[in-house]
Design a protein around this ligand. Sequence first.
Ligand code: BV8
Length: 224
Amino acid sequence: MKIVVLTGAGISAESGLRTFRDGDGLWESHRVEDVATPGAFRRDPALVHRFYNMRRADARAARPNAAHLALADLGRNPAHDLTLVTQNVDDLHERAGSPKVLHMHGALDGALCAACGHRWPAPLRMQATDPCPACNRPATRPDIVWFGEMPHHLDRIIAAIAAADLFCAIGTSGQVYPAAGFAACARDHDVPTLELNLTDSANAPDFSRRLTGPATRLVPDWVA
Ligand code: BV8
């Protein structure tokens, strides 16, 4: 069975990592949409690096939960062909044992040179003046897809959805595009859709089946 799973911040919530839109969705009184942008980085690179340095430390201190582990089991099941796509930038899927994770919004453990495009493993704490290992220019940014930037792997994701037997979204509010449009894309290709979430998402009507509850209960039950 070909399955495409899309995860969002809700799958890491029970590992202690904050989601974007639960609670007040603010960080140092900034809306995430105002920090996770190229304009914010141009205006105040130190603020943006502070945001991601904090989240990198939080992610390294967190542990995968039962939902991450259940998806890793699903990926190892030879009866299924799983494409795991995440909007998350933490590495909890990988640390749970998922072999191939498509990080469509980038990853905290990556650094990117804003001048030459070189990528390298991110240190725990980064600052814009860190020289690029390739061009030596002080233009270091997190390797994160910000608002207004093109997400990664879109062609591969859409092709996998079109050919899938099931599309399942877990722990995402369905408010950020193009990820929020994947369920409608599945429906347009007559692919069954399933949503596992704690609350109603913005694109809940796009799903043919929905289960409500915490991911650490729903995902192991669904995978079993
Ligand atoms: C782009 C950076 C184009 C990483 C993020 C239509 C089409 C295309 C684009 C747009 C469009 N309309 C608007 C846009 C622009 C924009 C957008 O969508 N804006 C929104 C706000 C309206 N999209 C973009 O800019 C994208 N780029 O389209 O480029 C382009 C074209 C040509 C050339 C160049 C570019 C880029 C989007 C990526 C932005 N980066 N973050 C980071 O800092 O982490 S988005 C950010 O939101 C995170 O990546 C996060 O993953 C993502 C989505 O949030 P969720 O994961 O859903 O988290 P949220 O807190 O919202 O919800 C949590 C859910 O979990 C809730 O439902 C809750 O109930 C549930 N939950 C909580 N606890 C649990 C739980 N569920 C289960 N168990 C629990 N215990």
